[in-house]
Every structure is written in C-alpha cells, then in structure tokens.
Design a binder for this molecule. Structure first.
Ligand code: SF4
Length: 267
C-alpha cells in the first residue's frame, strides 16, 4: 500500500475517519471555494517559476469554477478571490525572496520512501528552492488567517513539515503563507527539523501502518468542549447517521485509496 502524510495524520486524528475515507471511499465534496482556489493559485505559482504569465494562469484555472456552487465565507465571491490572488502574486514577485531553479524538476517534487512489508510513503513537496538564499523545502499555503508569530521556533513542530523533512532528508523547511484578508500579506516562515524529529516521525509512520494492517479502526471522537474535532470532520454525518449531512458533505468513490496522493497537492 501507498501512504501519505495526509493518510497518517488522518489516522492519528481518528482511525474510524481513516477507514471511512480510505477504505470505504467516503470523500469530502469539493464545495469549499478557498480550498479549490488554493489549487488554482498553486498553478499560477508554477507558471511564475516557469517564466509564464501567472496572472493569466490563475484566471484560466479559476475561471473553470465560476459557475460552481461553492460555499463562500465572510463576504467572499469568485471575483474577490481572483483579485486577492492577483494582488498576492504581484506582492510575491516584488518581494523576490524565493528562488526555484529548474522548476520542472523542483516544483511538485515526488518523493518515495520504502516502508516495511513492501509499503511506500509518498510525499509531493511544493518546491525545493531557496528562501533568502537558504536552500530548503518550500511549502505554499493559501489561507485566510495569518500564522502566529510565536513562540519562537514553533514551526519546527509542524507535523507536515517534519514529514517532508523526513521524506526528503533535508533539515531546512519553510512555509510561504499567502494570507488572503482585507490587507493581504505574505509570511515567510522558516524552521529547521532535527535528526531526532525525523527518526521519531519514521517510527510513528511504521507504527501507524502496522495498526492499519492489523485492522484497528476504532473511533477517536475528540468530543470535549471546546475542541471538538468531530464538528470539523467530513464524516460526522456517517457517525451520526444523518442522511442530510452525508449528502451535503460527502461523495462515495470507488478506489479512493488509490487517489490519496492527490491530497498532497491541495494541502
Ligand atoms: S465524526 Fe468524530 S468519531 Fe466520527 S469519524 Fe469523524 S472524528 Fe471520528
């Protein structure tokens, strides 16, 4: 079997949710405008590093969703997202802090690591390049809330960055956060992942994979006010046997686990 960061973190959050998503094929519908827009924005970044017109690419990619029945939050609209995206792209070009050489090889980099029993771990890194001249793994995030400024080094605990560092064996990592809000901004956040963190992550992956092989999928509901992870879980309708919630949020697809690596592209 092939595993990804998304699968591992989904299992750790709730093994039952993992089974519903990856074994039974219940996937969340693409109704969140922000998430789909994020994918279009990444296409624009790809164009930018390939010396093509990023604004035109963003428009082309996002135009495909103009009539889609998305859920727009906080007064957002198709037009507003497009304008925000163009503005942030212009800021990114002006900042000129990120370099990606040989973009066709160093954007959306596929990394494969072998796991015991013939399994594999696959990661798709947004980019390998430099930030302010320092070589590092780069992760793009389009978001509506800015990352906290502290405490110092908190980003080195980011589970996804640790997974990328482990997969590729590079210590320096960075998030470039494209923050869409009233006054859009770009955060350039660096971290360094230690050997010990990478080894620990490797052991965690092996432990999760053996739990999955053993068929352990008990619910881990997280029901406890105020951090109730079930409320943000796409599978809530299935756990509550609520047909309306199921129809609103989910679509059942065959062979869902085969397509899991695509999740990496939208994180
Ligand atoms: S609703 Fe809660 S218990 Fe059910 S799958 Fe999601 S997180 Fe797990």
């Amino acid at each position: 079997m092939v595993f990804s960061f998304t699968q591992i973190s989904n299992y750790l959050r709730c093994p039952r949710s993992y089974r519903l998503r990856y074994l039974d094929g219940w996937q969340e519908k693409d109704t969140r405008a922000g998430m789909v827009f994020g994918r279009c924005f990444e296409q624009a970044l790809f164009a930018l590093f390939c010396k093509e017109d990023p604004e035109a690419r963003l428009f082309e990619a996002w135009r495909a969703y103009k009539e889609a029945s998305f859920v727009y939050k906080n007064g957002e609209s198709w037009d507003r997202l497009l304008h925000q995206g163009i503005h942030i792209l212009q800021r990114f070009v002006q900042d000129n802090r990120v370099r990606v050489r040989r973009p066709k090889q160093n954007l959306q980099v596929k990394v494969v690591r072998s796991l015991p029993n013939g399994h594999q771990f696959i990661a798709y890194l947004d980019a390998i390049g430099t930030l302010d001249g320092t070589p590092c793994i780069l992760d793009w995030k389009t978001t509506t809330s800015r990352y906290p400024d502290g405490p110092h080094d908190v980003l080195s605990l980011d589970f996804q960055l640790i997974s990328y560092s482990w997969a590729r064996g590079i210590a320096d990592v960075a998030i470039v956060a494209f923050v869409r809000k009233q006054r859009s901004e770009i955060q350039y956040l660096k971290a360094s992942i230690s050997d010990e963190q990478r080894q620990e992550f490797g052991r965690l992956v092996e432990s999760v994979v053996s739990q999955i092989e053993a068929g352990h999928f008990s619910a881990h509901s997280g029901i406890r006010f105020p951090q109730n992870s079930c409320l943000g879980c796409a599978h809530l309708g299935l756990c509550l046997n609520d047909q309306q919630l199921i129809e609103t949020n989910l679509v059942r697809k065959a062979g869902a686990s085969d397509l899991d690596w695509l999740d990496e592209l939208i994180d």
